[in-house]
Design a protein. Structure first.
Lengths: 253, 343
């Protein structure tokens, strides 16, 4: 545990020196909800029809914004490997007395805390400004969902970061992946109304699983059984990504 | 004399270990590092495989300063990367502080600290926070870190830079911070890959003294360097690598003796006349180098040196002379050159 906390301490010191990074982590998805969400809510008028229910777009989009912030935080943190490589410190880290797994856990633990803080801000804005009805009793599970989501995406993106040497290539790959994953998921729109081929692909996307789970936990949209199925799916995605990231890091040089 | 020095050093090392000064948690062995038939082949797609390390074997005794020398691309850094668990070997075995680098990499990492070849400091953190993070990673308490930071910043002349960010330091200062970090922890084995690169003469001297001091405390130090004077001054034993192989190893004196008994005769003369030059050339020296009124003659064997000396003395122009044996650099150049021509 000492080793993991040493990495967390280091991440904390670095983040403290970078207000830009802090701004991106804490404010960008919130602004997304307030600007994009409000605009679509007005454009759609009476909200979205999902099954028998009518859901305001703001409320529907909240789960999407939360998974967007998880993904964004993980993306930011995985880009940090390139900064560490440029500083040369990356290779020194790998000689420190800790396992590769402890190193990766430490790297993401601080970011998970940031994701939870971001989640609190987003939910606060959603309820206070946009009057979204939240299932307060499930809030702790939302935090757990944010933590698991951020960690899962970080381990997945870390695999890409270790396999790609150049940061410009990494940026391109990640931005394209982000775009594809976002629009092939339930982040912006309900999948019931999209073409069947798009729905089939989206259902296999872990971002859909995370978004649906967070949507269920925040506003109660969807069934418990599908929530459980997607939560287990994302858990498996997290474990597989972690295992593969550790293996890739062992061969990262 | 060397043996006495060795016995004193071993006794001192044992004393320090018994006092828990250095926390050896592994099996007791005479060797801090054991390398056996180590091979590393880099295999890249669409490229021919490169054998960076080609079956090397050596041992490093506890408390010794060991130098791994060789030209660029010799395989030194690859060897260090394997020993510090950054790379897995293709075949062969290596044990560091009794731990196998492949089977127990964490065990190895708990016993070492490393100055990697790349400049490695936290650019966005102050020098003080660089020490703090490094100390925490190696299990020091905040109080220990503060105390040791004081001592180390004094030693490396970093006190005035403590609150500067890494980003604002010059290349030499960054290197100093990187090296200084390793001296705040008590790991029994230290790897220094080109540690003094980019340092000015003053701080290079301070670093070399600090390395010697740490060695006296019983730490084993493995260093790679291009600066052979540095190796000659510091190392108890060396291995010279070229093209992935070890071409010479042993104590510095032992390796120097491999120079085929080269001797350097420096002759200061009244004037460099034809008679003197002819007298020298008739004795077929290996090399003659004339600088003003001084002639440097390279010969093999002491008898040849005395023969040249006698002949020059007969001309009546000799003021004084000096006979020196080959330096580590001479041996290095000779061995590497010879190996290249054989290959």
């Amino acid at each position: 545990m000492r080793e993991v906390l040493a990495v967390v301490y280091r991440e904390y010191l670095i983040r403290r020196t970078s207000p830009t990074w802090l701004f991106f982590d804490l404010a960008v998805p919130l602004l997304y909800l307030l600007m994009f969400g409000v605009a679509f809510d007005k454009a759609l008028g009476h909200g979205l029809r999902i099954g028998e229910a009518i859901v305001p777009y703001n409320a529907f989009f909240l789960g999407g914004v939360l998974s967007m912030s998880s993904f964004g935080s993980a993306m930011n943190q995985s880009y940090g490997f390139f900064v560490d490589r440029d500083n040369g410190i990356f290779y020194e880290f790998l000689t420190y007395p800790m396992t590769r797994g402890q190193f990766l856990l430490g790297k993401i633990l601080f970011q998970c805390v940031m994701a939870v803080v971001q989640c609190v801000l987003t939910i606060a804005a959603g309820t206070l400004i946009l009057q979204i009805g939240i299932r307060w009793e499930l809030l702790p599970f939302v935090f757990i969902g944010m933590t698991i989501g951020t960690a899962g995406w970080f381990f997945f993106l870390a695999i890409v970061a270790f396999r790609i040497r150049r940061n410009d290539t990494f940026n391109t790959v990640i931005n394209v992946a982000y775009f594809v994953l976002m629009f092939l998921s339930s982040m912006f729109y309900p999948l019931e109304q999209v073409p069947s081929w798009l729905r089939a692909i989206s259902c296999a996307n872990p971002l859909t699983w995370q978004t649906d789970a967070l949507r269920f936990l925040t506003i109660g949209l969807g069934s418990f059984s599908s929530f459980m199925l997607e939560a287990v799916g994302f858990g498996a995605f997290l474990l597989l990504s972690f295992w593969f990231a550790v293996r890739t890091l062992q061969k990262a040089l | 004399m060397k043996n006495v020095k060795e016995i004193v050093r071993l006794a001192f090392t044992q004393y320090l270990c018994s006092d828990n000064f250095i926390h050896f948690t592994t099996r007791v062995s005479d060797f801090a590092i054991e390398v056996l038939d180590l091979i590393k082949i880099y295999q890249k797609r669409r490229h021919e495989p490169v054998k960076a390390v080609n079956g090397i074997s050596f041992e490093v005794r506890q408390g010794e300063i060991f130098g791994l020398l060789g030209p660029n691309g010799a395989g030194k850094t690859t060897t260090i990367k394997i020993l510090t668990t950054l790379l897995a070997p293709t075949s062969g075995a290596a044990r560091v502080a009794g731990h196998d680098v492949v089977a127990d990499p964490l065990g190895v990492r708990k016993q070492i600290c490393v100055v990697v070849q790349e400049n490695a400091i936290e650019l966005y953190l102050s020098v003080r926070n660089n020490f703090r993070t490094f100390g925490r990673f190696h299990g020091l308490t905040s109080r220990e870190i503060e105390e040791r930071t004081d001592r180390v910043t004094e030693l490396f002349g970093l006190r005035e830079y403590l609150n500067e960010k890494g980003l604002d330091l010059s290349g030499g200062l960054k290197r100093r911070v990187q090296v200084a970090k390793t001296f705040i922890v008590d790991k029994p084995i230290v790897f220094l890959d080109e540690a003094t690169t980019g340092m000015d003469a003053f701080h290079k001297r301070a670093t070399l003294e600090a390395i010697k001091e740490e060695s006296r405390k019983g730490r084993t130090i493995v260093l790679t360097t291009h600066i052979l004077d540095e190796a000659e001054e510091l190392c108890d034993s060396v291995a010279i690598m070229n093209r992935g192989r070890i071409i010479a190893r042993g104590s510095v004196e032992h390796v120097k003796a491999m120079s085929l008994r080269l001797l350097y005769l420096t002759l200061s003369l009244e004037t460099v006349s034809q008679d003197v030059l002819q007298a020298i050339q008739e004795r077929n020296p290996l090399n003659i180098d004339i600088k003003n009124n001084t002639i440097e003659v390279t010969v093999r064997e002491a008898t040849a040196a005395l023969d040249v000396l006698a002949a020059v003395k007969q001309t009546g122009l000799l003021r004084h002379f000096e006979i020196t044996s080959a330096s580590l650099e001479d041996v290095f150049l000779q061995l590497v050159d010879k190996k290249a021509s054989i290959d």
